[in-house]
Design a protein around this ligand. Sequence first.
Ligand code: IMP
Ligand code: MG
Length: 188
Amino acid sequence: MLNADRIVHGLDGDLLHELYSPPEIQKRVSAMARELSSRFRGEPTVAVCVLRGAVFFFSDLVRQLQIPDLKLDFVGLSSYGAEQESSGRVDVTRWLSLDVADANVIIVEDIVDTGLSMRTLMERLNGASPRSCTLCALIDKTAHRTCKVDVDYACFRVSDGFFVGYGLDFAQKYRHFPGIYELERSEQ
Ligand code: IMP
Ligand code: MG
């Protein structure tokens, strides 16, 4: 559903329909931080940012986590190229630096779509013997799920659409836009 009230002009005639404003995003991120804090407060925990789309979500979330024994790490995954649909192949472009054995791992991801990226990541993470593995997504996009993945926490659940802003990109564009927008591309 598009919010006709708030349209931002993008590049090359693209229209960005605002779906979630920055305050709405912050409200959901704070609620997630509270839930994670009460669950993991007394335990060793590693929050893992999936680069690059989760970068703002991760930085807003982890700064609100009240978990004293929290460490931060980063992985890089790439599946989209410059398209709006997953290529069906996931490349790991960066792997963990920390040892996560016996720690609770919180994966912080931008969007779970087909689920292939998160299944690939979780299979590999299991080899590192974490105490537990919890998946937090900014957006759980459900219509194209082909791999069974449990999204433990999601700020927003949508069925379909292509979204940009707050870290999400289309061909590397629009990551720095502050809200979350549904992208309407101009006919080229
Ligand atoms: P999956 O492997 O199909 O679940 O794809 C997940 C990855 O595709 C996400 O981590 C995003 O980086 C990217 N992606 C999926 N949907 C969108 C979208 O609507 N906008 C921007 N990136 C997306
Ligand atoms: Mg991603």
